[in-house]
Design a protein around this ligand. Sequence first.
Ligand code: DGJ
Length: 731
Amino acid sequence: MKKAHLLWTLLAVCLFVPNLLWAKNYVISTAKTSLVLRTEPGKRVDFVYYGSRIDRVNDIYATKSAVNWNAYPVFGTNCRAEHALAVTHANGDLSLELETVKVESYKDEKDGGNVTEFQLRDKVFPFYVKLFYKTYEDSDVIKTWTEYSHKEKSDVVLRKFASAYIPMLANDYWLSYLAGQQNSESDLYEEPINRGRKMLGDHDGTRNAFKTHASFMVSQGRPQENSGNVFGGTLAWSGNYDISFVRDYSHGRLEITAGMNPEMSHYYLKPNEVFTTPEFIFTYSTEGKSGVSRQFHRWARNHQIIDGTKTRDILLNSWEGVRFNVNQAGMDKMIRGISELGGELFVMDDGWFGDKYPRNDGTSSLGDWVLCREKLPNGIDALINSCEERGIKFGIWIEPEMVNSKSELYEKHPDWVVRQPDREPTPGRGGSQLLLDMCNPKVQDFVFKVVDDLLQKHPRIHYIKWDANFSANNVGSYYLPKDRQSHFYIEYHRSLQKVLERIRAKYPKVIIQLCASGGGRLNYGLLPYFHENWTSDNTDALQRLQIQWSVSMFYPSNVIAAHVSRSPSKGANNPSSLKFRFDVAMTGRLGLELRPETFSESEKLFAKRAIETYKGIRDIIQLGDIYRILSPFDKENLYSTQLFATPKKDRAVFFAFCPYYRRNQPAPALKMAGLDPNRNYRIRELNPLDPQKPASINGKVVSGRFLMEQGIVLRWEKGDRQSAVLELTAE
Ligand code: DGJ
């Protein structure tokens, strides 16, 4: 027995040690993280490690932290295993087996990213795969994507085509993800990842964050905001997606596969055509979920969001104030209202267009992007003039991918809509809304022209709200050939990106908001073309506290449009004070969504002061580092707190919310996070109800260490939905 054991050990050493010695480890490091992959020509690429930065690869082996598993498994020779790619070759064969041909490292001159590229080929067929990993020096984030091509005799069918596959060693993992629906977007769910398969996915066709987001975090142990090891991932794609988590106890691994949703989307890849998957973007922090958020935010502001390092204007949007009831007098009142309050931009929402069919509700006019003269006889320029006379800018709403069957556009081009030719289409909003077929280049030109015409005719339009309120229903394209209908879901989004690229090439400066029935389209695939996202049509401050909290897990505050609306807001019966509503909205990109003329004098005064205050801190909120502390989702918490700090930690803003007051509960000490323990901070209360009677902490100087270790006790009055905002300035 002993002899046999020795022989086996010797054999294992002979097989394994040379592999260790000859195979090369590719260590892709950022300031705080390292990804290690290993391969050699003729072998597969192995995923060795991803986590805290290592300077010695031996640390991984010494601690048995190596995953040593396929970095991009394909269907073919280990069919029961998870796979990231599956194809049908030109001759009908279903198998793949990839080997490394070459590895290259270089700088992407376009954006300064450092790329490591693994070039692989199948052992039998002329089918090629490239795996890319890209990092940026200023950021602890890695982007990965894949490319496929082939030289087979005819098309190869792609049946599964994931952007990324990440294996992790077995552990006590918890998944945090966002899911919901219109008006209750982005509910945060946190659960242990048990044995089996968990899927996050979407097949809406157009609005892929309408229900479940393509973003998640995986924590080791129960998720914490400011401690613990956390992996964060997000798929930069606006179409259908599919992210799976497979906990395989027998192999001791958690396997994450993320990419486009292949359902109803098999893709015929022509010889020499290159298919590129969307980017999967990931990061890792030892500072909890907020640590992952800060890394995503920094990377996104620097590399993924248009004008990401700039703050955004304070605006008034007309939608909740007047809905479709747009007219000259109403718009004039709103323009006057927001300018008197110190706002910077007015946005005219839905209801301004339609000539033959004026847009009075959701049943008509989409597609006819001409001013409704009946409603606005003086034209758009008169509105812009009126804004400019009052020192503010002008913005406008469009929904250019859509059409109503009651519209001039539909009368002219019924074949431009997404539908199956032999069936009546099933419409959406208003019983007549349909989706235009973006795969059709004529439709692409039309959508580009909607924006181009508006901006050519009215070059002073500063802001566009781009809405999308319908999914892809009756999926079918008059444009795509009969045998390429399954390309629709992918082509739609590739075409949308093409149009957005044309728009951005011509109009790089116009601010464009991404909106889809609220926050239905929030993803990093579209954000390179947009400045911000409309977070939700639910503007109830209490519910926004939760929605904005969870969105902040992945997106920085300059992208999170947060508007003060009337109380109680439509659809929720949670009356709250103007102060509470302002304080909640001030954690994001502050705006208003009501008729300012309905404010009382004291409300006007409060709003004016709050807007002025926000201007003084918006760089900290929108461009600073977030530390979420007490979660509004945690039923154990009576309070919810968060803090934004400059990277130098010399200025910070602390928000404390008391959503539900409990009688006779002593006020707890609220601890801060993210401050410099060795500096003292002068505290100033912002947005006090009565500036003559600020909180007793106002004007005091307290050390960062004390504020983080012991916290502060605030005085709460009786009553639900109270809040306090404190500015901290290092002495
Ligand atoms: C849906 C958006 O989410 C709203 O903010 C508003 O713009 C309406 N569409 C207008 O129809």
